[in-house]
Design a protein around this ligand. Structure first.
Ligand code: FMN
Length: 189
């Protein structure tokens, strides 16, 4: 067995998809870059975002009870980084993306991002330094040219990935195997 190096109690170096949370704050779109994102359930679908305390975007999510989760492509790296470097408390970020609205009417979505998820705010679970923000998925919007055989195509979406801790951003690598198939009949060699 390979010997292991102990790094102590720290955030592990993982690669995560990075998304942009959108919400209207006092009537203006604001966007916050979020890498700590997860599904909470798939039926009915719910998403969770882990936010540091005091994010301006969260004020908008509470104000309207709605927010969006936007999946950016690699082409949006600079806009995504900007929304993660600058707070809406200090600067207007409403022009970072082109906002459009869907069924909820109050959750601004970023047109430049190939996939956009409209969420209704369900619950906020408070931790010491962070809050887990849970949203029920109400609608998913996908760029027409990112659809293949009626489904969103990951290669066309070309999602932006973020490498903990501190970057860089990355793009997808190659397909390795079919999930829920390749492990059938697995035996440790
Ligand atoms: C790559 C990257 C990932 C980030 N991930 C998160 C995250 O998961 N949760 C969070 O609260 N902030 C995260 N941030 C920081 C926020 O995006 C940043 O504090 C932002 O300015 C908040 O904007 P707001 O105050 O306008 O909402 C991230 C920033 C970057 C650059």
């Amino acid at each position: 067995m390979m010997s292991k190096v102990k790094l102590g109690a720290m955030a592990p170096k993982m690669v995560l998809p990075v998304v942009v949370m959108g919400a209207n704050v006092e009537g203006r779109p604001n966007y916050c870059t979020v890498a700590w994102v997860t599904m909470i359930d798939d039926d009915p679908p719910a998403l969770g975002l882990v936010l540091g305390k005091g994010r301006r975007t969260m004020e908008g999510a509470r104000e309207n009870g709605t927010f969006s989760v936007n999946v950016p492509g690699t082409a949006s790296a600079a806009a995504v980084d900007h929304c993660g470097l600058v707070s809406g408390h200090k600067h207007d970020k409403s022009d970072a993306f082109t906002a459009f609205y869907g069924i909820l009417g109050t959750a601004p979505m970023a047109a430049e991002c190939p996939m956009n998820v409209e969420c209704r705010l369900r619950q906020v679970v408070e931790f010491e330094g962070t809050d887990l923000v849970i949203g029920d998925v109400v609608e998913v919007h996908v760029d027409e040219d990112c659809m293949v055989n009626g489904r969103p195509d990951t290669e066309k979406i070309d999602p932006l990935l973020y490498e903990m801790l501190g970057g860089p951003y990355r793009s997808l690598g190659v397909k390795v195997a079919d999930a829920f198939k390749v492990g059938k009949g697995f035996r440790k060699g």
